[in-house]
Design a protein around this ligand. Structure first.
Ligand code: AP5
Length: 210
């Protein structure tokens, strides 16, 4: 089963995807791009400029990045595409690469809730596990639950002015995908304003209905 996770920044796409591992392999384009930056890979400087100003990374870079992943996708595998496609152009590229048989989960959230979440997000510098000062802290304060690392960081694009750009872009470019996919009966709506475990229950309910 192939799932596409769509939702505004901070709606919990990554958190819910991580709860579905290892049953699902997660392909997070944001994580892939941040890894390229971290390892100073091809196009790292350009990618960093776009991400840190809250813009979508140019389509030629995204297509090149995704082509190999999409080519090797086995539709009998359980896969989550987190944050891809992010506009109609990317959705058409996905179709062109013969990935048609998938379901879309749209994570619906109100603006004030997502702002609070993004302001509180912090990440383990070593394994990139995502936490939140308000909602989800490590079991032992200052020690990562997963890798026992003790260094944490904020995301460069979680500054308030950059968040605003990301939200504007989401409304302009990504939100139209909901109608695009509704036509094909592909979309299920998840109320993402709830606590993590409640959202997860709703996600599992939707998956059981497929
Ligand atoms: P990406 O990393 O995908 O960012 P995003 O889509 O803006 O989403 P976020 O990661 O901010 O939020 P999320 O929904 O995953 O929430 P999370 O689970 O972390 O992309 C970053 C950038 O890369 C883009 O801006 C763009 O520049 C570029 N990019 C990526 N894909 C691209 C593409 N296809 N084309 C072009 N460019 C692309 O949760 C947020 C916080 O809330 C966490 O602290 C978490 O612990 C907490 N939380 C989560 N759920 C709950 C809950 N239910 N209750 C309380 N707290 C919660």
């Amino acid at each position: 089963m192939i799932l596409v996770f769509i939702g505004p920044p901070g709606s919990g796409k990554g958190t819910q995807a991580s709860l579905l591992t290892p049953e699902f392999k997660v392909i997070s384009v944001g994580d892939l791009l941040r890894t390229i930056i971290e390892h100073n890979g091809e196009g790292a400087e350009v990618i960093k400029d776009f991400i840190n100003s809250g813009k979508l990374v140019p389509i030629d870079i995204i297509n090149q990045l995704m082509q190999n992943y999409l080519k090797s996708l086995d539709i009998s595998q359980n896969v989550i595409l987190d944050g891809y496609p992010r506009n109609i152009e990317q959705a058409l590229f996905l179709e062109k690469n013969c990935i048609n048989n998938f379901k879309v989960l749209f994570f619906d959230i109100s603006n004030n809730v997502l702002l609070q979440r993004l302001k509180g997000r912090f990440i383990c510098s070593n394994c990139k596990k995502v936490y939140n000062h308000h909602y989800y802290v490590p079991k032992v304060l200052g020690i990562c639950d997963i890798c026992s690392g003790n260094k944490f960081e904020n995301r460069a694009d979680d500054q308030i002015d950059v968040i605003q750009n990301r939200l504007n872009l989401y409304r302009l470019e990504t939100a139209p995908l909901i109608d695009f996919y509704k036509k094909n009966n592909k979309v299920s709506f998840i109320n993402s304003n709830q606590p993590i475990d409640k959202v997860f229950e709703d996600v599992k309910k939707v998956l059981r209905s497929y």
